[in-house]
Design a protein around this ligand. Sequence first.
Ligand code: FAD
Length: 446
Amino acid sequence: MHEKKAMAKRSVKAAVIGAGMSGLIAARELRREGHRVVVFEKGSEVGGTWVYDPRVESDPLGLDPGREVIHSSMYKSLRTNLPRPIMGFLDYPCDAKPGVWDDPRPFPGHEEVLRFLQGFAADSGVVELVRFGHEVVRVEQVAEGRNDEWVVEWRTRDGEASAEAFEAVVVCNGKYTEPRLAEFPGRSTWRGEQIHSHNYRIPEPYKDKIVVIIGNGPSGIDIAKDILHVAKEVHLASRETTKLEILEGLFQHSPIDHAKEDGKIVFQDGSSIYADAIIHCSGYKYHFPFLRMNGIVNVEDNCVAPLYQHVFPPALAPWLSFIAVPYRAIAFVLSELQSRWVAKILSGKILLPSEEEMTSSVHEYYHRIEAAGWPKRHTHRLQLEKFDYENWLAGELGLTPLEKWRQNMYFTSLSLPMTLGENWRDTWDAEKWMKGEAGGEEESDK
Ligand code: FAD
């Protein structure tokens, strides 16, 4: 039997940072467990990423640390890349609610997800726990050696600063706001316009232009197709060639080798073009500007370290936790399972291993991903584990593993943009597929 950390308290005063999808579900789970919860939200409404903001940042590459940060990376035309049945919570599915949220499409628009989250916040009562317009600017232990006492300092929009003590802090500030840029020689002197996808909203500015898109993840492919109808040419540069359908005006390349001041872009395969604009769809960095951790938790090469099961820094567990750090997952279900786990650990219903055991588990995990040849920046990518992580959390919570249809639907969705063509979201019959009347199951279950 392992020695487990004993819990001193059953009900704690907890601060949740962020009222996006993760903060909302975390607050609900914490409150269900009898904890006293305050949610700090710097914006003026719930929904986080799903609150479309037409504004863009003053520095479209996000390099200037003094810029006013716009939280959401939504673009106007965005529709979900996962179908509705896996866009809700386990006990609060994203089924259509006539007259409230009822986009009939299997991959709804971003407005629908926001309406769903607003509905969830209201129905669960969590909205009453949220202090809007409160930006957390500092989270720090009150005194060294007192892990269960934290000071949370915030600033309101009119510049008023204040602070309060909490026993637990749950970080839910989102991971898609701080741009990561593609690096290549000549980037800073290239004469064309460059933005990060975080600042992409509408296609019109690219009318008749030759545009290079870096990265073939969901945003890269979606944005390429979004601007294809107005741009002169779109060139997708990526490490792996995507099996994209042939579309007029869309060209695929290897990554950029270098860029010349005169507008020329040379790709690693030796081909080159003159372009007007580059859109970096190269991902994001974890960013916790409010954490004062004295080196106990760090972000190094996009790895939040050390985190036991991607959630708890062993030395500060369970008083500091992070929700939604992993990616390549069914985001809503992942945050829900993690939140339940954190809530039950804080209430003492589930016990954590000792600090030493958690630390060695973290190191074991690092060795495993290193042995698999993964770069450190992919530490929180769940692909290697498939659904092992979610099912491990479910097991901790006494739940059955995630239903097979959810897992199949997730993997199928990832391949749809490559297999179903430009209008893949409208070509796929999710309902038929769920009933097993359409092909693709074998393909998806990998
Ligand atoms: P967020 O939604 O980012 O919420 C974080 C919240 O914290 C925000 O409200 C923010 O204002 C607040 N905050 C941040 N810092 C502070 C602070 N210091 N003080 C107070 N408040 C703070 N997922 C899917 O399941 N399906 C999809 O189709 C899908 N498409 C996506 C498309 C794009 C372009 C992006 C960027 C993401 C997409 N996602 C999708 C993933 C999406 O991020 C998750 O679904 C989910 O919204 C993440 O919620 P979150 O609460 O973890 O973070």
